[in-house]
Design a protein. Sequence first.
Length: 257
Amino acid sequence: MEKVKVEYLYDNSVARVILNAPKGNVMDMIMMSDMQTLFNEFEKMNDLKLITFEGEGNHFSFGASVEEHKKEQAGKMLENFHALFYSLIKLSIPTGAKVWGQCLGGAMELCLMCNFIFTDKSAKFGQPEIVLGVFPPPASLLLPLKIGSAKAEELLITGKTISADEAKVFGFVNEVFDDSASLSIGFEAFIKDYILPKSATSLRYAVKAARKVFNKVIMEELKNLEKMYVNEMMETEDSNEGIVSFLEKRKPIWKNK
């Protein structure tokens, strides 16, 4: 695997997944394929109690590749990306994200899919897709489910970036630590206190039960939003202009059609 590293901790009961393409750890289709390969391996590991995600370097991830959002690649990219969410649902292994630095777009969606998010003060979250003239299918479902419609719409429609402390107030971050050292200590303490003493089998049933409605919505509606994105939105002039203008490092010229 080129763009993802994994370490197994605590007698193989915790899988530490590291997005490994600094500085931005951009989630392109190669990284998505590497992650899918890992998730397939996790299916065979009955002792696994927790999967954690973090980014190599100074950031969690800038999100999915903008280049791969272009019309000719968007369908395949979304199909591969969304497959990761279906795999996590199927696994039902508890998941936690350890975040510092930028965590944007698809990266924030990966974190939202996790059961727990721990950050330090440097973390920044946002779904900036609207700035590019598009929308984020997973976040459009995940955010309302996790924090309610009002706060979700504030992030999804404005594309604003918020701090770790704001994210905790919004309700999708569990704990904010002062710095990376205290984040690591706090996250390890959480794992030792609340995850390791439990049965791996029972934890999976707890995740399935707690996410009964959550998983139903994702499984039923994510495909519909994927179709809306590819078959409707990407046929508009502005969505294509938004992606191209970003890649050309210029302001978009909206035609409102």
